[in-house]
Design a protein around this ligand. Structure first.
Ligand code: ZN
Length: 250
């Protein structure tokens, strides 16, 4: 009898178009905690995520929101890619759709244009004025306080997607187009509860893709899996991908 890991590798051996779709669980082993985990530092855990990551929260208390992001940025500056990021980076023809706002896939060696950041990037600020396109890179070791846009005077904010906000249109469209033509989607470390991103799994399935889910908990994504691999991404993903040269395009 095959183990689940052997069955998953047999599925990948068939070839075809494969893509990865990751969430917070991919970066958790690097030391970046998720919204849903208890905050190990407890510093910010008394706040509801919507107070810290929504337009309403920002407009009510922009200093607090920036302070929280800068705390996350200081954490980000200290972490390094884990074995799962490195295993994904060892598949240079694979496209990485991710809900993560960190740059650990890129740090592991994935070409930036092959990472579709559905929820934006914590490494950049952008203007809060939707009519202004100002954007800048952040020094993650010394992130700046709340400040005005040099172009229009509105406040700058992290270039991430907050609760209730639309996903960046072109990135989302490219992710959807890719998921419509996949043979296999690798879902790594996401509870698949945040829509519309989580809908990509359903979209891929509806267009005939098989789904392999890697996560410590079956959760919402596990119920959509053809094969569910229970465990930490840093353990499972290297074993799953070892020896393959997977590609998202023919
Ligand atoms: Zn501006």
């Amino acid at each position: 009898m095959k183990t689940d890991l052997q069955a998953a590798r047999a599925l990948l051996e068939r070839g075809g178009r494969v893509a990865a779709f990751s969430g917070a669980g991919l970066s958790a082993e690097s030391g970046l905690s998720t919204f849903r985990d208890p905050d190990p530092d407890a510093l910010w855990s008394r706040f509801d995520p919507t107070e810290l990551a929504s337009v309403e929260g920002f407009e009510a208390n922009p200093e607090r929101v920036i302070e929280w992001y800068n705390w996350r940025r200081s954490r980000h500056a200290e972490v390094r890619p884990n074995a799962a990021h490195r295993a994904l980076a060892a598949q240079p023809r694979l496209i990485q759709i991710t809900q993560n706002v960190d740059s650990l896939l890129e740090q592991a060696g994935v070409e930036p244009e092959r990472v579709f950041h559905l929820h934006g990037s914590i490494l950049h600020d952008r203007c809060h004025n939707p009519a202004c396109s100002y954007r800048e890179s952040i020094d993650m070791h010394d992130p700046p306080p709340l400040r005005a846009c040099p172009r229009c005077g509105e406040r700058l904010r992290p270039a991430v997607v907050w609760f209730g906000e639309a996903l960046p249109g072109s990135t989302w469209q490219r992710a959807e187009a890719l998921c419509r033509r996949l043979d296999c989607l690798l879902v790594i470390g996401t509870s698949a509860t945040v829509y519309p991103a989580a809908g990509l799994i359903e979209l891929a399935r509806a267009h005939g893709s098989r789904v392999i889910v890697v996560d410590p908990n079956p959760g919402a994504a596990g119920s959509q899996a053809d094969i569910f691999l229970a465990g930490a991404a840093g353990v499972i993903v290297p074993a799953l991908l070892d020896g393959f040269d997977l590609a998202s395009e023919p």
